[in-house]
Design a protein around this ligand. Structure first.
Ligand code: LLP
Length: 431
């Protein structure tokens, strides 16, 4: 196979973290999520080190755990010395369950529940990212009733078009997330937050979208956000400390993607932050970033067993696998494309274009259309690459197909980090 991504093949067998995909399938069954632990650690470390370099230690990487959330990923993030971003009580609870340092957590959400705000306060979350004025009032009252101080950032919509899929674009003005700059809503919120009881406004946050390859939108967002911090100082006399620029760094799904090495983002963005701060008479802010996909995406591979192969002459060939939209809803949601190969015949060239279909009772349940693949036979092992982000975390049990296990591989060894669901698990909550 001739792919842009580098893969390891030994005697025709795909190797993942030094373990053959066939052995993994034999030991754990399919479908199976496989995560290369070293790749995860390397990308966390690379983000951490480049933040330290470009911001002279005045910054923090907060892994966006919505991309892939389980106890082990928080343990690894802790071990690599980075923070995390959570967006629900479920994620926060999972992080807490392994002792994640609360001061390194950013808590997001455009409609946090009362219970979520309560937990954030009780557990001492370092940065609650307040989305709107309703939440600000609720949080302030809650903090007052508990005699605590809520540490907050305000979520701002900087109005940047990051040229990506509509569903995953969140920085433009027509977005359910955050406070608009243009309308004066953001400045009003800053003033309310500064006046609010039991609230400490640490800074501001933005997230302009996801799977972005261009550097410019990030630079532009940084300029707009620091410019706003300047305006805040001019209008209120208060200099905000934190600038959280969100995530969104694009990764390699297929050969069509051209990811930018993130040093290439970090350089120009940090320059924009520093220059704009100097221009506005501000000290260099403490900068946070929230990569999710870029940390776990390429580290994940999903293994499936091929079942039926159905050739409809003149139309297409369906290769059906034992998973599908349940474990990977990204095709049905976004028509996302993936590289895939037959893991048990990994050096065979692709000889046909196929449609890879899932097993759910839904015509749109596909993993890919017009996918180049070697001639697949029932029993072959299909490996789909770059499934580490937004696959396990967005999995469903449609048709009561259980969620597969997650296995981590490293140095020729494998271990389960999330057990696969059993039939018993599927009926556990049924009354
Ligand atoms: N920070 C905030 C506030 C976010 O909303 C997100 C993603 C991130 C960080 C991380 O973005 P990343 O670095 O992973 O691009 N389900 C979609 C992606 C939705 C992203 C939502 N927010 C997908 O499968 O592509």
């Amino acid at each position: 196979m001739n792919l842009k991504r580098s893969i390891q093949v030994e005697d025709g067998q795909l190797m993942l973290g030094g373990v053959s995909a066939a052995d993994l399938a034999k030991e754990y069954g399919t479908p199976l999520y496989v995560m290369d632990e070293q790749m995860v650690r390397d990308s966390m470390a690379a983000f951490r080190d480049s933040m330290n370099r470009f911001y002279e230690g005045k910054g923090l990487v907060c892994y966006a755990s919505k991309a892939f959330c389980c106890k082990e990923i928080y343990r690894i993030a802790m071990d690599e010395g980075i923070g995390t971003d959570v967006v629900s009580l479920g994620e926060l609870y999972t992080a807490k369950s392994v002792g994640f340092p609360m001061d390194k957590i950013c808590f997001h959400g455009n409609n946090k529940t009362h219970r979520e705000l309560e937990a954030a306060l009780e557990w001492g979350v370092g940065r609650i990212v307040v989305d709107n004025l309703t939440e600000l009032a609720e949080l302030s009252a809650l903090a007052e009733s508990k005699n605590q101080t809520a540490q907050i950032l305000l979520r701002i919509k900087p109005g940047i078009d990051a040229h990506t899929h509509n569903f995953i674009r969140t920085g433009q003005i027509d977005s359910k997330f955050g406070l608009a700059l243009e309308t004066g809503e953001a400045m009003e919120a800053v003033k309310e937050a500064l006046a609010a009881k039991n609230v400490r406004l640490r800074g501001i946050h933005c997230h302009i979208g996801s799977q972005i390859f261009a550097v410019d939108p990030f630079v532009h967002a940084a300029e707009v956000m620091v410019g706003f911090m300047g305006q805040v100082k001019a209008e209120t006399g208060v200099e905000l400390e934190d600038l959280n620029l969100g995530g969104g760094f694009g990764i390699l799904y297929t050969d069509a993607d051209e990811p930018v090495p993130f040093g290439d983002y970090m350089g120009p963005v940090s320059e924009a932050v520093k220059k704009t701060a100097a221009k506005c008479g501000l000290a260099q802010p403490f900068v946070l970033i929230e990569p999710g996909r870029a940390i776990v995406g390429e580290a994940g591979t999903t293994l499936y067993t091929v079942g039926s192969v159905k050739n409809i002459p003149g139309i297409r060939t369906y290769v059906s696998v034992d998973g599908g939209m349940g474990d990977n809803p990204r095709y049905i949601l976004y028509q996302s494309r993936y590289d895939m190969i037959l893991a048990n015949r990994a050096d065979e060239p692709a000889s046909q274009m196929v449609t890879v279909a899932g097993r759910c009772c839904e015509s749109g349940d596909l993993i890919g259309e017009n996918v180049p693949l070697a001639a697949a036979q029932p029993g072959d092992l299909l490996a789909v690459f770059a499934t580490g982000a937004y696959n396990y975390s967005m999995a469903s049990r449609y048709n009561r197909v259980p969620v597969p296990p997650v296995v981590m591989v490293k140095d020729g060894k494998s271990r389960v980090v999330v057990r696969g669901e059993s039939l018993e698990d599927l009926i556990r909550n049924d009354c």
